[in-house]
Design a protein around this ligand. Structure first.
Ligand code: HAM
Length: 437
């Protein structure tokens, strides 16, 4: 066999989502759009390219993302650019650039799209991956944190997920965190020798990052370190207590996990993750939190923020693994025409069906009945429309139900309405079946 050209291979850590997979991706996106709209979120789309300094300033210059994982290059005339590793920084940039803070009320924004991080690829971890995220800008009210978490749980439930855990924590604010960092540094100085090389460096550069270290050998040391939650100032403590109380009132189950500081520097107060046991090593399905100083850090007005990003690749894996996926509506109708003289009527009818939102395929050549039935079975359509010369002359088409094999004659003018009704009945029966399961 000849050697395959190496360019006929997607770049390491990237992949094609083939037509067999995309219906599930679309279903997840459709459900997210519906849930976000119900909570009054509106979509924002920002570029995948940003100035490198945007991420260095917001995500933090000593984070893994900025030091090791960004795809950065010098553009000919725009300086250093980076393929976005996340979108919170971009959304806040857009919020400042377009003065969205001048619009009345708070901004509730959501986004879908690819992100890029040069991580070691494995199941659930890619170099180009997709996030579904949302950000609320303009208020630090604890009810926002609780409401967004309630929305997330609703979305996961609507997708049929059951096995997930919501982990929450508070990382304090610029007032209380320095005090905690002093205590943490002291403890870390004593434990330094038992930590990995990266963490030894972090003890001086960014000690909070030690808590987020994924190195197995470091976990026992991390377990014994002082907890930030025990060192919150009274405002942060009150904020956290309000969030947790509100979650309880809303019936949202959660666990407090004091080590949850997250891998990005912009967080203040609430941080959270939702994990799923169905995911294996990369078990964080989504993460987020509050970032009250980020707008100012980027030169904008005070605009407290709270948000999250779901790893869509992981969400799709989880929905698949939980067997909650329902195949997207298959193609509904196949139009088979026999003889050149029927072509026009068949083509116009296919157009009408598609205009009515009915998924339709049509043969491009005249077909023989037997072949047409074979093609229809392969396409797995519900109905086949048979249009021969006789049918065109009489104005009555043959509609064959591919499930029961029954065939009936329907007048040309009624076909679209007839199929619409039939498909609606079929959908109802299907959803009743699903509910009974
Ligand atoms: P993050 O925790 O870095 O947060 O990413 C959010 C989610 O993206 C993760 O929980 C994971 O599911 C997914 N993810 C991250 N890296 C990869 C990867 N290499 N492959 C596949 N999935 C991945 C953020 O990005 C923040 N911007 C979230 C946020 C929004 N905080 C406030 N607002």
């Amino acid at each position: 066999m000849s050697k395959k050209n190496e360019f006929i291979q997607s770049v390491k850590g990237t992949r094609d989502l083939l037509p067999a997979e995309t219906p599930l991706w679309q279903r997840v996106e459709d459900e997210a759009r519906k849930v976000f709209a119900a909570y009054n979120f509106r979509e924002i789309r920002t570029p995948v390219l940003e100035q490198t300094s945007l991420f260095a300033r917001s995500v933090g210059s000593d984070t893994d993302i900025v030091t090791k994982e960004m795809y950065t290059f010098d553009d000919r005339d725009s300086g250093s650019l980076t393929l976005r590793p996340e979108a919170t920084a971009s959304v806040v940039r857009a919020y400042i650039e377009h003065s969205l803070y001048n619009e009345p009320g708070i901004q509730k924004l959501y986004y879908f799209g690819p992100m890029f991080r040069r991580e070691r690829p494995q199941k659930g971890r890619y170099r180009q991956f997709y996030q579904i995220g949302a950000e609320v800008l303009g208020s630090d009210h604890p009810a926002i944190d609780a409401e967004v978490l309630e929305m997330l749980v609703l979305l996961l439930e609507r997708l049929g997920l059951k096995e997930f855990r919501l982990l929450v924590n508070s990382v304090g604010c610029p007032k209380c965190r320095p005090e905690y960092l002093k205590v943490l540094r002291k403890a870390l100085d004593e434990a330094k020798a038992r930590l990995c090389e990266d963490c030894q460096r972090r003890v001086t550069t960014n000690p909070l990052r030690v808590l987020d270290c994924k190195n197995e050998a470091d976990q026992a040391v991390i377990e014994g370190l002082p907890k930030i939650i025990d060192h919150l100032c009274s405002e942060c403590r009150q904020h956290f207590d309000s969030v947790t109380m509100d979650l309880k009132q809303r019936g949202v189950a959660f666990e407090i996990v004091p080590r949850l500081v997250r891998g990005l520097d912009y967080y203040t107060r609430t941080t959270f993750e939702i994990t799923s046991g169905l995911l294996g090593a990369q078990n964080a399905l989504l993460g987020g939190g509050r970032y009250d100083g980020l707008s100012e850090m980027l030169g904008g007005p005070p605009a407290p923020g709270f948000g999250f990003a779901i790893g869509q690749d992981r969400l799709v894996l989880t929905v698949e693994a939980s067997a909650a996926s329902r195949p997207a509506g298959p193609l509904a109708v196949y139009v088979a025409w026999m003889g050149e003289t029927t072509r026009e009527a068949a083509t116009l009818l296919a157009r009408e069906l598609r205009r009515a939102g009915i998924g339709t395929e049509i043969s491009y050549h005249p077909v023989k009945l037997k072949k047409a039935m074979g093609a229809a079975s392969k396409l797995e359509v519900r109905y086949t429309l048979i249009i021969g010369e006789e049918e065109v002359a009489s104005g009555n088409y043959q509609v064959k139900d591919m499930g029961t094999g029954e065939q009936q004659s329907v007048s040309a003018g009624d076909v679209v309405a007839f199929l619409k009704q039939k498909l609606r009945e079929g959908l109802q029966a299907e959803s009743q079946l699903l509910e009974q399961k």
